[in-house]
Design a protein around this ligand. Structure first.
Ligand code: 2OP
Length: 225
């Protein structure tokens, strides 16, 4: 049986910490801390905007989180530096295991979709620049719903947009909140734990299985048919 696979983008296919190299020139040793704070705040803003019904594009959440991070860490970045960091967001790299893993899944006959909090143009650009856009059947953004993961409505939007259902569709994500969001609406979900430092939320809602990278996904899906 071929499955419909929803791949989370930022943090799963694409390494958001690809900005660290550019940040090293701007904030030196604090580049890693800056990157992590920026990412955490970006996600927090999506959660809060979703909860409050105050939707703004993912790019706005990212830009506002960047301003917050500068203030929080007392780093005075210029407008040009901030623009450079925001531009880097569309040229972030894919993780090393992604291209080969997607290719194998495509060959196995699965339908591959990128499914993200990003707006369609942003998702298209980052996947294209990372050299993996052609491996997908399509891109599904939360934007038409004007909310963010893990609002249950956005997972239903994925199923509706791809003509799939919770028996045939899987979420593949490194973000535990995303996995829990998908499992809660009845989808199956693979958690991609690339590092032992990545902790799963102890909510009693486990992933269907855990993998260390996409190379393990084709075989694991074979076992689920
Ligand atoms: C994405 O939707 C959650 O950032 C993650 O791409």
């Amino acid at each position: 049986m071929a499955f419909t696979l929803a791949f989370d983008v930022y943090g799963t296919l694409i390494n958001t910490h690809g900005v660290v190299t550019a940040l090293q020139d701007m904030v030196g040793e604090r580049a890693q801390l800056f990157s992590q704070t920026w990412r955490d705040k970006q996600l927090e803003y999506t959660f809060r905007r979703g909860l409050m019904g105050q939707y703004e594009h993912f790019g706005i959440c990212t830009a506002q989180a960047l301003d917050y991070t500068c203030a929080h860490l007392n780093e005075q970045l210029t407008d040009t530096q901030k623009q450079q960091l925001m531009a880097n967001y569309s040229t972030l790299p894919a993780f090393d295991d992604v291209h080969a893993g997607l290719l194998e899944l495509q060959k196995a006959g699965h339908r591959l979709f990128a499914f993200s909090n990003g707006v369609p143009d942003g998702i298209e650009a980052v996947l294209k620049n990372a050299g993996i856009r052609d491996l997908f059947d399509g891109v599904v953004s939360v934007d038409p719903i004007r909310s963010f993961k893990p609002n249950p409505v956005v997972y239903q939007h994925f199923l509706d947009s791809t003509g799939s259902n919770s028996d045939s569709a899987w979420l593949v994500s490194s973000n535990p909140f995303d996995v829990i969001g998908a499992v809660t609406v009845g989808m199956r979900a693979a958690w991609v734990q690339r590092s032992s430092a990545s902790i799963y939320d102890p909510w009693g809602v486990p992933p269907t299985f855990t993998i260390e990278g996409l190379q393990a996904l084709p075989q694991q899906l074979e076992l689920q048919k």
